[in-house]
Design a protein around this ligand. Structure first.
Ligand code: HEC
Ligand code: HEC
Length: 264
C-alpha cells in the first residue's frame, strides 16, 4: 500500500495507541485528510505540471525544492500545510504580500494553483519520507527515450560521463527538481541596467518582479530600479534550462528522469 503518511501523523497515532496524552502536533494532518493519513496519494501528473509552473514563477525566491532561498521555506508554511487542493494557496497567490516581497500573481489560474499545490504537497511528503518512508515510484518513464532526448537537447552543455556521470545516485524526487530547475549554487545571473539617460549599471541580479529590479554592483552596493524607466539585459547561465521548461511534455520529463537515474 502506498500510504500517504506524514511523520506527525505517526507520532499522533503512536501516542493514541499508548492510550494517553494530547495528540501530537497536527502539522500536515490539518490538510483535511483522514486522521490516519491514508488518503489517496498526490496526483503525480498534476504535481509534474505544477513543478513546471513553480520552477518558472516561484523557485527563484523559494528555491528549486521549495525549501527556501530569499523567500521562506514553503514546506513549513501553514498556508501550504492547511491547503488540500489549491483552495488556500490559490487565493493567497492572487493577493501575495507585496509589502513583504511576495508578489501577487493576479493571472494565476485555478488549475495552475491546484497543480502548484499538488507539487508542494508532494515535496512535503518527500521531506517526510527522508525519515524512512519511500515516496511512491516517481520513475515511470522510458530510459531509452530519455537518452535520445538527452543527446539531442542536453549534450551541448552536459556529459553523461563527465559532469553528470554519477547524478543517478541522487534521490529521484530531488533529481527531478534539479534537472527541471537546477539549484543556483554559485551560478550568478548578471544584469545590465540601461537608464533613461543612457548610463549603464552592471551587477549581479538580486531580485526581479514585474515592477522592480535590484542588483549588487561591482562595488558591492545594493541598487534598485523601477523597471518601467530602464532597459534590462539579463544573462543567466541557467537560461537553457528555463527555455527547456517551456518545451517538455509530461512524457519527456518522465523519460529524462528515467534516463538520469541510470547514470551511477
Ligand atoms: C520575488 C520573490 C518571490 C517570488 C517570485 C515568490 N515568492 Fe512567495 N514569498 C516571498 C516572500 C519574501 C515571502 C514572505 C512574505 C512574508 O514575510 O510574509 C513569501 C511568502 C510565500 C508564502 C507564504 C508562506 C507563509 O506561510 O507565510 C507562500 C505560500 C508563497 N510565498 C508561495 C509562492 C508561490 C507558490 C510562488 C510562485 C507562484 C511564489 N511564492 C513566488 C517571495 C517570493
Ligand atoms: C545551455 C546549457 C544547458 C542545457 C542545454 C542544459 N543544461 Fe543542465 N545545467 C546547466 C547549468 C549552467 C547548470 C548549473 C551549473 C552546474 O551545476 O553545472 C545545469 C545543471 C543541471 C543539473 C544539476 C546538476 C547538479 O549537480 O545538481 C542537471 C541534473 C542538469 N543540468 C540536467 C540537464 C538536462 C537533463 C538537460 C536537457 C534536458 C540539460 N541539463 C540542459 C546548463 C544547461
Amino acid at each position: 500500500m502506498t500510504a500517504r503518511v506524514f511523520l506527525p501523523v505517526l507520532f499522533a497515532t503512536t501516542l493514541l495507541a499508548q492510550g494517553g496524552g494530547e495528540p501530537a502536533p497536527r502539522r500536515g494532518v490539518d490538510r483535511g485528510r483522514d486522521f490516519l493519513g491514508l488518503a489517496p496519494p498526490a496526483d503525480s501528473e498534476a504535481a509534474a505540471r505544477g513543478q513546471k509552473v513553480y520552477a518558472q514563477a516561484c523557485s527563484f525566491c523559494h528555491g528549486p525544492n521549495a525549501t527556501g532561498a530569499e523567500g521562506p521555506d514553503l514546506l513549513r508554511s501553514s498556508i501550504v500545510l492547511h491547503d488540500d487542493k489549491g483552495e488556500t494557496i490559490g487565493p493567497f497567490l492572487q493577493k501575495g504580500r507585496p509589502d513583504k516581497g511576495m508578489p501577487a500573481f493576479v493571472n494565476m489560474t485555478e488549475p495552475q494553483a491546484h497543480d502548484i499545490a499538488e507539487f508542494l504537497h508532494m515535496r512535503v511528503e518527500a521531506a517526510a519520507n527522508r525519515f524512512g518512508y519511500k515516496l511512491q515510484n516517481v520513475v515511470t518513464g522510458d530510459p531509452k527515450s530519455g537518452e535520445a532526448y538527452f543527446n539531442s537537447q542536453c549534450k551541448s552543455c552536459h556529459s553523461s560521463t563527465l559532469d553528470l556521470a554519477h547524478i543517478g545516485k541522487t534521490d529521484p524526487a530531488d533529481l527531478q527538481a534539479r534537472f527541471l530547475y537546477p539549484d543556483r549554487g554559485n551560478t550568478k545571473v548578471s544584469v545590465t541596467v540601461r537608464l533613461a539617460g543612457g548610463e549603464t549599471v552592471n551587477g549581479t541580479l538580486k531580485r526581479i518582479d514585474d515592477f522592480d529590479v535590484s542588483l549588487v554592483d561591482a562595488t558591492g552596493e545594493y541598487r534598485s530600479f523601477s523597471r518601467n524607466s530602464v532597459k534590462l539585459t539579463i544573462k543567466d547561465p541557467l537560461q537553457g534550462h528555463r527555455d527547456l521548461l517551456a518545451k517538455y511534455t509530461d512524457a519527456d520529463m518522465h523519460n529524462i528522469l528515467a534516463y538520469l537515474v541510470t547514470l551511477k
